[in-house]
Ligand binder design. Structure first.
Ligand SMILES: O=C(O)CCC(=O)C(=O)O
Length: 257
């Protein structure tokens, strides 16, 4: 590990200050456990990100998503940090890094960068938390971001979250009998294509059934405190062309220095 780079160097390199995400987004992350940023992806980048999603799905076929986890009824992609320069700007975007630092409050790294598209009549996930470790309701370890390539609405399987549950000490499985059932407090993260949502990795959430068959593609970039394990071990998966392309600050985020 190259000790000469610190999280402060990384944040300052990518232009992140305590005001990079507004006080409103900070409060929503603190209180609700999620927030939505609109108009983050411009139309040129959006078209390229959509094209890349389809190219990778076609190219990888049955292997798509294998580096993280495959899910029946969902078009999944994984290890995207190694699958094109187009993703560099996504996992180093100031809004996502600013939100990650606001929530985690200590040095962090990427967990994984995946794609997720529930197909018609499929995609209902159990309510779960991404972070499976100890919960004290105060210390937070992980965030996830949803980069919306299509409009997300209740009918095409938007993510449901239980606002405030990031502070609860229990996991959904400790408290609920039916993890697939609607929850009385659930809220759907809905927003137009080009938006990006961030949620606390401890929030209870899950994707829902795509009931109208419209595309519902997202990229998920998750980040965790550096003491935790990555979902996709970047040191194992790192490709020489990725390492050659990205600077030391991006390498720090991947934890491959
Ligand atoms: O895309 C979503 O709605 C969330 C997916 C998710 O939570 C997961 O794959 O664990």
């Amino acid at each position: 590990m190259n000790q000469s780079i610190s999280i402060n160097d990384v944040l300052s390199h990518f232009g992140i200050t305590e005001n990079t995400i507004s006080k409103i987004h900070q409060r929503e992350l603190d209180e609700q456990g999620y927030t939505i940023f609109h108009d983050v992806i411009d139309s040129t980048w959006l078209n390229l990100l959509r094209k890349k999603f389809e190219e990778l799905i076609d190219r990888e076929g049955e292997q798509a998503g294998i580096e993280a986890n495959q899910m029946e009824g969902v078009r999944r992609l994984a290890d995207l940090t190694n699958k094109g320069e187009i993703f560099d700007a996504l996992y180093t975007h100031p809004l996502v890094l600013g939100a990650a630092y606001h929530v985690i409050k200590r040095p962090f790294k990427i967990v994984s960068l995946n794609g997720h598209d529930p197909m018609y009549k499929q995609g209902q996930q159990i309510l779960h938390s991404d972070f499976g470790g100890e919960r004290d309701g105060i210390t937070f370890h992980q965030i996830n971001s949803l980069w919306m390539l299509d409009d997300l609405c209740e009918e095409n399987g938007a993510t449901r979250v239980i606002p405030g549950s990031h502070r609860w000490l229990n996991m959904p499985r400790d408290q609920l009998q039916d993890l697939l059932a609607p929850h009385p407090d659930e809220v759907f993260i809905t927003a137009p294509a080009g938006s990006m949502a961030v949620f606390n990795g401890q929030i209870w959430h899950g994707s829902t059934k795509n009931r109208n068959g419209n595309l519902r593609r997202v990229y998920h970039g998750a980040f965790c405190a550096r003491e935790h394990k990555q979902q996709t071990d970047q040191r194992t998966h790192l490709r020489p062309e990725t390492k050659a392309r990205i600077d030391l600050h991006a390498q720090y985020i991947l934890d491959v220095l």
